[in-house]
Design a protein around this ligand. Structure first.
Ligand code: PEP
Ligand code: MG
Length: 569
């Protein structure tokens, strides 16, 4: 039995069998073939096996995710069934090439041709063809491709890094735990694991080598420990702790249907963070009062192509309808940083977190942004939809977004399409530039939402996914706490609501500070809604003011942490 330590990223206890996920190597050595008919038969068998596997995947995806996503996979079967494409490959095999090389060359030829097309839809086909190539190559090389959307019950996924696109399609029924070698509390894989309510321990050094495929492990996402090959005693202890955790969770049900108020009756709003419609339903199930952050990039990660205006409209409209008139704050596309979307063709950058991401990308790609803003405007006719702009550094960005919204609203007006032309437009405060100019931004923004995940990273000059400097990443640092306090003060002075949608909104140690600073809205993962309501109910404003006075006089993050930990309720 061995205990491995890491970051406690998503609470709870999972007991299951290890499934290691490594990026399969699809390298092959080209050969000259003599028996062309046998090699063609090998290629045909690989294509058949790929098509069969894809058909099975599509059926699962149709049931769990939706028709549009399943159709993408079914499209792959149609593309590879194209007799012309297969005939071209067979021609190369007749000329002496092996099946791998023939597949590679012909798929690349088609992908390059698609990439050169004028319209977006055809260009996006290139990604499909490359996906097909990898799938068939896996078959030819006998490489097992792990599909995380379809795994056996009781699986603990162990991988170097769980990228957001992978987590987005995760089988939430059968995955009972996640262990990675990298990532921190606010990495997107951690955020997704919490949303999916799957216990996760991240940044366990050497996990992929230390944990054996199929071995039994206990993933303690509350303490940040992974127990490998536990003996009977440790297993029964883990089961007992899991029961206790579930009972505590159950006890929070008494907060369902209650307002979110401090002990002295000061009411605030408690919203949920979502990345999908399934999450929106989880917000309702957990009695959230609205959506404080819809991370729309996950819609873009689901398939191999950019969602159309109609597809986006339907997703935003559904979110509004699920929330039945309650606020739904939808953030415009926030890609870049640790969120890549291959078909959008972002170039690799030296410093992606300081680079071409979020609003910077959207303002430069009006085609992409127009589609999203039009979809958002149309959805605004179906509920209390609000638009939020990520990574703002100055008021010009907000003005540009407003100008675009005005232009598209006028287009809709002429076309007779319903939309709320006065849709509220708010700003995420997650850069030091925005925090230091919050008073200026507050004159033109309809609301603020503090993104503490990025604000902490940018204030501390720490990449939130970099394990080497993680020790510096702390929202308890005086610089971060002062920044948050002054942002809230600036927003309140201008009379606009100030929310928080970073992970710190749900940190029970920090909640009393937010109460004292006057935060008006908390947006947390659906699974944390009731626990946050319970924490808020334990504090009265006067207690928190006294505590905040002491904490704000602390010189270091650990002093602030110790003060808050000592009085945690
Ligand atoms: C944040 O930065 O705090 C935030 C909520 O946005 P994201 O985590 O998606 O970057
Ligand atoms: Mg952010």
């Amino acid at each position: 039995m061995a205990a491995l330590e890491g970051v406690a990223a998503a609470p709870g206890l999972g007991i299951g069998s290890v499934m290691i996920i490594t990026d399969p190597s699809l390298d092959y050595t080209p050969r000259t073939v003599e028996d062309a008919p046998a090699e063609k038969e090998r290629l045909r068998r690989a294509i058949d096996a790929f098509s069969e596997l894809t058909r099975e995947k599509a059926a699962v995806v149709r049931e769990r995710v939706g028709d549009a996503e399943a159709a993408i996979l079914e499209g792959h079967i149609l593309i590879i069934a194209d007799p012309y494409m297969v005939a071209e490959m067979e021609g190369l095999i007749d000329a002496g090439q092996c099946a791998e090389a023939a597949l590679d060359q012909i798929c690349e030829m088609f992908a390059t041709m698609f990439e050169a097309a004028d319209d977006d839809l055809t260009r996006q086909r290139a990604a499909d063809v490359r996906d097909i190539k990898s799938g068939v190559l896996c078959q030819l090389l006998g490489v097992r491709e792990v599909d995380v959307s379809c795994v056996p019950q009781g699986t603990v996924l162990v991988t170097h890094d769980l990228v957001p696109s992978m987590t987005a399609g995760l089988d939430r029924e059968n995955v009972v735990g996640i262990v990675t070698e990298t990532g921190g509390m606010t990495s997107h894989s951690a955020i997704l694991a919490r949303a999916l309510e799957i216990p996760a321990v991240l940044a366990v050094p050497g996990a992929v080598d230390l944990l054996a495929e199929g071995a039994t492990v206990v993933v303690d996402g509350t303490e940040g420990v992974v127990l490998a090959d536990p003996d009977e005693g440790a297993l029964s202890q883990a089961r007992a702790r899991r029961e206790q955790y579930l009972r505590k969770k159950e006890a929070l049900q008494r907060f369902v249907g209650k307002k979110t108020v401090t002990a002295d009756g000061c009411q605030v709003e408690l919203f949920g963070n979502i990345g999908s419609l399934e999450d929106a339903r989880a917000v309702v199930a957990n009695d959230g009062e609205g959506v404080g952050l819809f991370r729309t990039e996950f819609l873009f990660m689901d398939g191999g192509a950019m969602p159309t205006e109609e597809e986006q409209f339907r997703a935003y409209q559904q979110a509004a309808l699920i929330m039945k008139g309650r606020p739904v704050i939808i953030r415009t596309l926030d890609i870049g940083g640790d969120k890549d979307i291959p078909y959008l063709g972002l170039e690799k950058e030296e410093n992606p977190f300081l680079g071409f991401r979020a609003i910077r990308y959207c303002l430069a790609r009006e085609d992409v942004f127009r589609t999203q803003l039009r979809a958002l405007l149309r959805a605004s006719a179906y509920g209390d939809v609000r638009i939020m702009v990520p990574l703002v550094t100055g008021v010009e960005e907000l003005r540009q977004v407003r100008a675009l919204i005005r232009r598209y609203a006028e287009e809709f007006d002429r076309e007779g399409v319903a939309c709320n032309k006065d849709v509220p437009v708010g700003v995420m405060i997650e850069t030091p530039a925005a925090a230091l100019t919050a008073d200026i931004l507050a004159r033109e923004a309809d609301f603020f939402s503090i993104g503490t995940n990025d604000l902490t990273g940018y204030t501390m000059a720490v990449d939130r996914g970099n394990d080497r400097v993680r020790y510096l990443y702390s929202t308890f640092h005086p610089a971060v706490l002062r920044s948050i306090r002054s942002v809230i003060a600036a927003g309140l002075a201008a009379g606009i609501p100030v929310g928080m949608c970073g992970e710190a909104a749900a940190d029970p140690l920090l909640v009393p500070l937010w109460i004292s600073f006057g935060l008006t809205e908390y947006s947390v993962s659906p699974a944390s809604i009731l626990a946050t309501r319970a924490t808020i109910a334990k504090w009265s404003a006067s207690d928190t003011d006294k505590l905040a006075g002491k904490v704000m006089a602390a010189s270091t993050p650990s002093e602030a942490y110790d003060l808050l930990k000592a009085v945690a309720r």
